[in-house]
Design a protein around this ligand. Sequence first.
Ligand SMILES: NC(=O)C1=CN([C@@H]2O[C@H](COP(=O)(O)OP(=O)(O)OC[C@H]3O[C@@H](n4cnc5c(N)ncnc54)[C@H](O)[C@@H]3O)[C@@H](O)[C@H]2O)C=CC1
Ligand SMILES: CC(C)CC(=O)C(=O)O
Ligand SMILES: [Mg+2]
Length: 356
Amino acid sequence: MTFKITLMGGDGIGPEVVAQAVKVLDVLRTRHGLEVETQDALVGGAAYDAYGDPYPAQTQALARDCDAILFGAIGGPQYDDLPRDKRPESGLLAMRADLGLYANLRPAILFEELASASSLKPDIVAGLDILIVRELTGGIYFGKPRGIEERNGIKTGFNTLVYGEDEIRRIAKTAFEAAQRRNGRLCSVDKANVLDVSQLWRDTVNAMAADYPDVEVSHMYVDNASMQLVRDPKQFDVIVTGNLFGDILSDLAAMLTGSIGMLPSASLGEGGHGMYEPVHGSAPDIAGQDKANPLATILSLAMLLRHSLNRGDLAELVESAVAKVLAQGLRTGDIAAGGDVVGTAAMGDAVAAAIA
Ligand SMILES: NC(=O)C1=CN([C@@H]2O[C@H](COP(=O)(O)OP(=O)(O)OC[C@H]3O[C@@H](n4cnc5c(N)ncnc54)[C@H](O)[C@@H]3O)[C@@H](O)[C@H]2O)C=CC1
Ligand SMILES: CC(C)CC(=O)C(=O)O
Ligand SMILES: [Mg+2]
């Protein structure tokens, strides 16, 4: 069967890091017989520049007509003053909603070679392997009403943090099942001591716990959770939380692994179709300088192979190649502590060459 992958580099370093993952994909094609065809689509600022829309119909068609999407990143200061619906970020959120990708899996795994690249002491992060399950198509990023208006003569901004019980149940199901496959511990993160929506979140997760007697469930307020992730990150196995809290906690978790340039993600809905992207953004401060770490994108390709193409064997080859390159001492600038610093393209070449 020939699989179809839609490639969306996006903006900033997005195209640079996706290009490195394509080098790896090409090796899997030529040396491991992976039957896959790729198609390119513009999204975010690049799509706005071309079509006046960050998620145009042309891109929507290509996003839907494929087995999986490999996505780089969107955004940039040149777009920050556009009307909200024209901004690159709105295109990304529109695509996630359009494709029903409500479950965002963000594994934070420390490669032992990067223990010294973490901001934390090596003994605190050694062996780190946690999974953040972030609800991705609800919450305050999509809630309405939202906007900025005059109220009593005062310019006022407002957003709405809203979750339906159905949305909470489906993301919690994903997290419970992940915990069952892992170490059987699930921590639900909310702000139930203040927010009613969080109280519903907590009550819903608690009501589901009886269906998963093999999973130890705990709850943590998001402020405490952010502190605990720094104090003792290995206490966690699976964390489940909403869109905003997951966005913040996963960037924090990135530094436990040495760099945000190391964190991959999978965005899944019902069925095998999914979008795979690094957790980071378009990094305009280093775009076009061959400085970006492509490993998060290459590891996102591994997640694509595992979740959407059911090729866990090839996923393991990719992950082993990343570990091999790190063991050889190659580093991009963001994880440079004590290694040989190479650029984006050279890192991509090295991983492609290291595929067994
Ligand atoms: N999924 C997406 O497309 C995301 C897009 N963004 C957008 O990206 C733009 C920049 O946002 P920031 O807040 O600066 O976040 P960012 O993640 O792009 O960059 C944060 C910092 O991490 C560094 N960094 C990021 N990725 C890296 C990599 N692969 N290798 C080495 N260093 C890396 C950057 O140089 C920067 O110093 C904004 O327009 C934002 O909206 C932000 C997050 C996710
Ligand atoms: C547009 C943002 C929600 C992107 C982001 O920060 C993320 O998905 O992690
Ligand atoms: Mg983010």
